[in-house]
Design a protein around this ligand. Structure first.
Ligand code: HEC
Ligand code: HEC
Length: 152
């Protein structure tokens, strides 16, 4: 028993200084939500945002991402269960509607304040939603500075 304590403390210390965006396991989510882009961490949006997005998958950022009802409900439950809390910052637009983009949340904007508008538009990046262009280990939930590389 005694030997478990230092390991537990170490784990606490690690999670206290780095946000954990590792992806909770969910087979249906991985199948359906990681084909057009990487699987975005549920922790990065508020539950209201996930509900709003999952309520209109036929008009998903210009794509049709519709699912059968069983899968839609299973994924919604998963996203809502792991959704981010206050740490995501403002998650509603000026009219009070839930934001649908992680890249429009106050927290995202704050973390990426130093990136120039022209950088987002580079051919190697294309969109702020293309996390893996700069965060090599994004799919593993690792956004730490040591794995950031902004492509030319
Ligand atoms: C048919 C392709 C397709 C599928 C399937 C799909 N998406 Fe998307 N998704 C897109 C496109 C296109 C965008 C916009 C990307 C951009 O702006 O660069 C997007 C954007 C997003 C964003 C916003 C990214 C940002 O800007 O912060 C989230 C969150 C998201 N998708 C979640 C999901 C979830 C959850 C699922 C599974 C239910 C899903 N997507 C399935 C095509 C898809
Ligand atoms: C153009 C490159 C680029 C893209 C694309 C990008 N980021 Fe970042 N991101 C950065 C840089 C650079 C930083 C570090 C900012 C700093 O520390 O000053 C950062 C920081 C972060 C952090 C904070 C990490 C920490 O340790 O505090 C998170 C979380 C993050 N990004 C998530 C995302 C997500 C999610 C996406 C996609 C929706 C994304 N990023 C897209 C360049 C990018």
């Amino acid at each position: 028993m005694k030997r478990l304590i230092p390991a537990a403390l170490l784990l606490l210390a690690v999670s206290a200084h780095a946000d954990n965006y590792s992806l909770p396991k969910h087979a249906v989510f991985e199948e359906e939500c990681a084909s057009c882009h990487m699987a975005f961490p549920p922790q990065m949006l508020h539950a209201d945002s996930w509900r709003a997005m999952m309520g209109d998958l036929a008009h998903h950022f210009g794509s049709d991402a519709s699912l059968d009802e069983k899968r839609r409900v299973a994924i919604t439950d998963f996203l809502v269960t792991h959704a981010g809390g206050r740490k995501t910052g403002t998650t509603r637009d000026a009219s009070g509607k839930p934001l649908l983009r992680i890249t429009e949340t106050a927290r995202f904007e704050k973390k990426h304040r130093e990136i120039a508008p022209a950088t987002w538009k580079r051919a190697s990046i294309k969109s702020p939603a293309n996390c893996t262009a700069c965060h090599a280990r994004a799919a593993a939930g690792d956004y730490s500075e040591r794995s950031i590389n902004i492509p030319k």
